[in-house]
Design a protein around this ligand. Structure first.
Ligand code: UD1
Ligand code: UDP
Length: 386
């Protein structure tokens, strides 16, 4: 009987949240005898979100459609709070699931708390303890942790951050990062993978050269950071036997300067954001990835690709400690010199490329489901090869 089911509402709004929530949604939907699983997208992102929804076959039950061009943080927060309130009132879920550190996640947590609804936070406990880096994500996730009732941490380090902040240990589960579940799922689809975009990439890219893949979007790099990154890319593009490909984020504060500075460089291919499987395909063909993305630095170690992270701080020290990621900030000399050193030194390259991924084994979603099956006394999940 539908009314006896536990009602779960997943709320997210951006591309990375959708990728990382998709395997958890699938896991709960496969248990539909016990759980009613609904999805609400704020659509803080639109096109980039829709690309992911379509790949994972997720059809939102509620779509707040709130993205506007060059939106402000306060506008997203305000609209999300107001529009979510109607949905929470109408649907009245038992649990709301939020992810990570976006403005959508912070607003959805607050809106749920204000309605007395339990909040489950996936990818909980990442910290830099620098409120301006990443901005506004560090504060978004700290607020979310304060509110959340259940915390699903990707690593032991993330759990220990929460413990230091006085969060009840019983409410924290270390699961691995669900991004690895999503990656493994996408890889099952990538055997003999073909898509119009991949065919186009095969035409555009010279595979006899070493491919450097670039992404970037962080707000703290907007302005001078991106200009410096563009100068570094311009210099890297002049090295021997290199080609750079850069799927450019749709944020106008990124797209504007990047196309203006690099649009005429014949050795840098600028393209719109790729669908998730196309992007995973491209990562697997790359020699090095230059990025400020959180998700990309968690995925790349599984594909054996070293990552240079164009940020000054990190909430993901595990990959740096393991040796597969190097923080290079946005300083053009540092980006160029580190990239060149890695290309020139085969031993260094092999060391970085061979590191085991510290972010998970592909069973994070199963562990989250298992927590709820046990919590409600329903059963448990048998994780194969965990
Ligand atoms: C957002 C998140 C960030 C996350 C990132 C992932 C916040 C404050 N920021 O940053 O934490 O790491 O997403 O990519 O939560 N746009 C489009 N189409 C899209 C997406 C964006 O046109 O599909 C443009 C719009 O002009 C939009 C702008 O990008 O106003 C900024 O989007 P927003 O979500 O506010 O910030 P991001 O930089 O994407
Ligand atoms: N990604 C994608 N298409 C692209 C670039 C990235 O699907 O053109 C995926 C990537 O595989 C990763 C996620 O988007 O899973 C990262 O998103 P983003 O860098 O926007 O956000 P962050 O992870 O920094 O929050």
């Amino acid at each position: 009987m539908i009314n006896d089911k536990i009602k779960n509402l997943f709320v997210f709004g951006t591309r990375p949240e959708a990728i990382k929530m998709a395997p958890v949604i699938t896991a709960f939907k496969e248990c539909d005898q016990f759980f009613e699983t609904k999805v609400c997208v704020t659509a803080q992102h639109r096109e980039m979100l829709d690309q992911v929804l379509s790949f994972f076959g997720i059809v939102p039950d509620f779509d707040l459609n709130l993205m506007t061009p060059n939106q402000t943080l306060n506008r997203i927060t305000g609209e999300a709070l107001l529009l979510l309130d109607d949905i929470l009132k109408e649907y009245d879920p038992d649990n709301v699931f939020v992810h990570g550190d976006t403005t959508t996640s912070m607003a959805a947590s607050l809106a749920s708390f204000n309605r007395g609804i339990k909040v489950s936070h996936i990818e909980a406990g990442l910290r830099t303890y620098n409120k301006y880096s990443p901005y506004p994500e560090e504060i978004n996730r700290q607020i979310t942790s304060k509110i959340a009732d259940f915390h699903f941490s990707p690593t032991l380090n993330a759990k220990s951050n929460l413990l230091k902040e006085g969060i009840d240990p019983e409410s924290i589960v270390v699961t691995g990062n669900t991004v690895i579940d999503a990656l493994f799922f996408s890889q099952t689809k990538l055997v003999d993978y073909e898509s119009a975009q991949v065919e186009e990439l095969k035409r555009q890219l010279d595979f006899s050269k070493q491919i450097i893949l670039v992404t970037g979007h962080r707000r703290e790099n907007h302005g001078s950071g991106f200009l410096s990154i563009c100068s570094a890319l311009d210099r890297v593009s002049k090295l021997d036997n290199i080609t750079i490909i850069y799927p450019v984020h749709m944020n106008p504060n990124v797209k504007g300067p990047v196309y203006e500075r690099l649009g005429d460089n014949p050795n840098i291919i600028l393209i719109p954001p790729l669908s998730y499987p196309d992007f995973v395909w491209l990562m697997s063909k790359s020699k090095i990835i230059l990025t400020d993305s959180g998700g990309v630095q968690e995925e790349a170690p599984s594909l054996g690709v070293p990552v240079l992270v164009m940020r000054d701080t990190t909430e993901r020290p595990e990959a740096v400690d393991a040796g597969t990621v190097v923080l290079v900030g946005s300083d053009q000399d540092r980006i160029f010199n580190t990239c060149k050193a890695l290309l020139d030194d085969l031993n260094l390259y092999e060391e970085m490329a061979s590191v085991k991924n510290p972010y998970g084994d592909g069973h994070a979603s199963g562990r989250i489901l298992d927590f709820f099956l046990k919590k409600y006394g329903i059963g448990e999940v048998k994780l194969v090869n965990a």
